[in-house]
Write a protein that binds this ligand. Sequence first.
Ligand code: ATP
Length: 356
Amino acid sequence: MHGQAHSGEGEQRSVAPLVELRGLRKRYGRGNQGVEALSGLDLTVPAGSLYGLLGPNGAGKTTALRILCTLLAPDAGAVQVAGIDALQEPRAVRRLLGYVAQEVAIDKILTGRELLELQGDLYHLDRGDRQGRIGELVDLLGMAPWIDRRCGGYSGGMRRRLDLACGLLHRPRLLVLDEPTVGLDIESRTAIWGVLRQLCAEGTTVLLSSHYLEEVDALADHLAILEAGRVIAEGSPAALKGALGGDRVTLRVREFSTPEEAGRVQRLLEGCPGVRQVVVNQAQGYSLNLVVEHEGVVEQLRRQLADAELPVFALAQSRPSLDDVYLQATGRTLMDAELAVAGSRDPKAERKQSMR
Ligand code: ATP
């Protein structure tokens, strides 16, 4: 099987996959208390891509990444990295990849450099190479001013850069990152994005999970949307946006509609020629999101709504964004999906919401 990589010019070329996940299933716990984290997940990551795994809290991103990195066994399914079966040969696969977990407990007494030296020993880097490699990573990640200070005093952004350096020490072909910028300030986030872009340009395949649409939009040349443990859409951001066709319109008939009123408007719009994909956006006061096939449709639907005594209160028109792709694929905004998870009192999700 071959994935599609996109050049800067938007043309497509066929690239062999570096990662193939097939039919992954994973359940935590038993019986009624159990949670199905993965329910038949398929994913193909082309070599050389910067691949974003996008999904709300609880979609199964961490579970999928931990299985790929041989840290967790699936109940069913297959995992291949560079043609190697990860379930049969986990050690060989571990040599190919670096994993930057969501939360890493960093020793507080050691300095960042000492921690990297220790990590280098774990990877069996020889002493000369180890110092050279640490020097490269200190430069790459801008860590020189603080790498010889104790880790206990590091900020979140410093800790994340150090985690990243640990994952990169052995020059992996595949770098896997679980929510690399969650809770970070803009400056640290931008710095990490720059490093990931550079690594990818130098040939490292990067697979990251995120629940930030803007992060995936800014970084990824491929993405998959995960919901309830399976992939529900995948492709390049440009192809996914392009597939929506037409302009996106957000419309409201009053500042905050009721669900019933939004439903009425939705049914009316669905009957208008040239209007497609009408979805109620709960997170934004029950506004309506839709696609119009051409400019004239907007005037037409304004008239039809006015005739039905639902005159347009506000209307915004734009080219399709990744938000629209997400909404179209899942029927709700990413924010609505996160609110639903927070409402179900997932302690992990609540913690992350509070970090925003
Ligand atoms: P997040 O962004 O919050 O990390 P995620 O997309 O990475 O979410 P997972 O962490 O893979 O999702 O979780 C998928 C589902 O499995 C969730 O419902 C979660 O509560 C549950 N889950 C994850 N780990 C465990 C565990 N060790 N024991 C029980 N349930 C778990």
